[in-house]
Design a protein around this ligand. Structure first.
Ligand code: AMP
Length: 441
């Protein structure tokens, strides 16, 4: 059953009220499919990523149940356990519960590593309705008997593919073994590789399946472009993009992706020195530092955020108009997650990827996964035509062409460019070249 209006969903009045306030007029596809099933008490295997509205897809029915059946919670217990792979994502999910549960009486807390445990232990002392946790710290606190999972009614595993990539399989299995057998379990993953399905089978009971083409709706609103250039020219091209971005009226914020933590730090520093207020977030920064950086970013005080993949996951900031892949990711799926940081919640967005000589192989893998060619943006001063041609040859099975220094066109304009020129990239849209929606399957 799918529904086109929230009004048709038998959710509690305070939830309908908040949806009206948030101006969510229609459920997203995952919401219209998942919410009725979850309200019936079914287990769920959901194939969907962030950006699809999946958080409300599970938070709304859980909040509905908490509201309908208030219960005394035992000390150190929780009625809902949401497991998320990173602190950022846990924070994001926690925030969503706060937003959607604004008019409902319920308690929640977050448990994640990298910060002192005392406030988390104190918050759990009387028990909570909703606990959002990362696996490592949760197990630490369970082992110290500060958390007890025996009252869990709703168990949500979010971003399972990421969880397994990060090596949490054993932790997840241990946590599941501590849950009561009578519970409702929800399992979300962007991909359903065999090891993920296998894990799902050990957790879910006769689950309903819901599959949403990953970030299709989002990806359709993203103008994706790739620039072929020499590594040393990434900096000047980035500055050119940032200058144009600073002049934008909406979507002023930019996330720049770097492959390494060191690279992220270096780039943020040099951008600051060049007059572009920038901050870096990555795994080596403390939680407090990351939160501060995100706050400043959201407020537009530092409109450029240089991030690594793990740190940026779950970052949900509405005004991000541009994502720059300064380095291409070596995991092709990360490309889809990265570009999904723009075009959030109905906005338009642009994703520009820099591809130098040593990254052609990554680009090929990405294009295989998204099942489309990323449209080229050649109309900038540093375009390296020889590299673009080599990419084409590799793609068409011509093997590796010899590396060439030639072919760089100086100055804007000229053949090969799809779009209008240099700085004004407002109509540099990939739409006409798009062959199909980005998809990770
Ligand atoms: P998520 O996939 O849960 O990370 O959600 C992505 C974004 O979509 C968030 O900014 C939500 O606030 C927004 N969102 C979720 N559901 C809806 C809806 N039905 N209508 C409009 N925006 C929504």
């Amino acid at each position: 059953m799918t529904l086109t209006s929230f009004e048709a969903l038998p959710l509690a009045a305070p939830l309908h009220r908040v949806l009206r306030e948030l101006e969510y007029h229609e459920p997203t596809p995952i919401q219209s499919q998942a919410i009725p099933l979850l309200l019936q008490g079914r287990d769920l295997l959901g194939c969907a990523q962030t950006g699809t509205g999946k958080t409300a897809g599970f938070a709304l029915p859980i909040l509905h149940a908490l509201n309908e059946r208030p219960l005394q919670i035992r000390p150190r217990c929780c009625r809902t356990l949401v497991l998320a792979p990173t602190r950022e994502l846990a924070g994001q999910v926690g925030k969503s519960f706060t937003t959607y549960g604004k008019h409902i009486r319920f308690s929640q807390t977050l448990v994640y590593g990298g910060v002192g445990q005392v406030p988390q232990v104190n918050a759990m002392r009387r028990g909570v309705d909703v606990l959002v946790a990362t696996p490592g710290r949760l197990l630490d606190l369970i082992d110290q008997r500060h958390i007890d999972l025996s009252q869990v009614e709703f168990f949500v595993l979010d971003e399972v593919d990421r969880m397994l990539d990060m090596g949490f399989l054993r932790d997840v299995k241990r946590i599941v073994s501590l849950l009561p057998s009578k519970r409702q379990s929800l399992f979300f993953s962007a991909t359903l590789a065999p090891n993920i399905v296998e894990l799902a089978q050990t957790i879910l009971r006769e689950p309903a399946h819901v599959s949403i083409a990953p970030e299709t709706t989002t990806a359709e609103r993203i103008d994706q472009q790739v620039c072929f250039l020499e590594r040393d020219h990434k900096r000047p091209l980035l500055e050119q993009l940032l200058r144009a971005q600073a002049a934008a009226t909406v979507g002023k914020l930019t996330i720049v992706f770097s492959r390494t933590k060191h690279g992220a730090n270096k780039l943020a520093k040099s951008l600051c020195a060049a007059g572009f207020p920038a901050d870096a977030i990555h795994g080596n920064k403390s939680q407090a530092q990351r939160e501060k950086a995100l706050e400043r970013f959201k407020k537009g005080l530092t409109p450029v955020l240089v991030a690594t993949d793990v740190a940026a996951r779950g970052v949900d900031v509405k005004d991000v108009g541009l994502v720059v892949n300064y380095d291409l990711p070596n995991e092709p799926e990360a490309y889809v997650h990265r570009i999904g940081r723009t075009a959030r919640a109905g906005a338009e967005g642009r994703a520009v990827s820099f591809c130098s000589d040593d990254e052609l192989e990554y680009l090929r893998e990405i294009e295989k996964v998204i099942k489309m060619s990323v449209p080229r943006w050649d109309d900038h001063s540093w375009h390296l035509e020889a590299l673009a041609e080599r990419h084409l040859r590799i793609k068409s099975g011509g093997g590796k062409a010899p590396s060439s220094n030639g072919g760089r066109r100086q100055g804007g304009g000229g053949g090969g460019g799809r779009n209008g020129g240099g700085r004004d990239y407002s109509n540099a849209s990939g739409r006409n070249n798009r062959r199909g929606p980005a998809s990770v399957r």
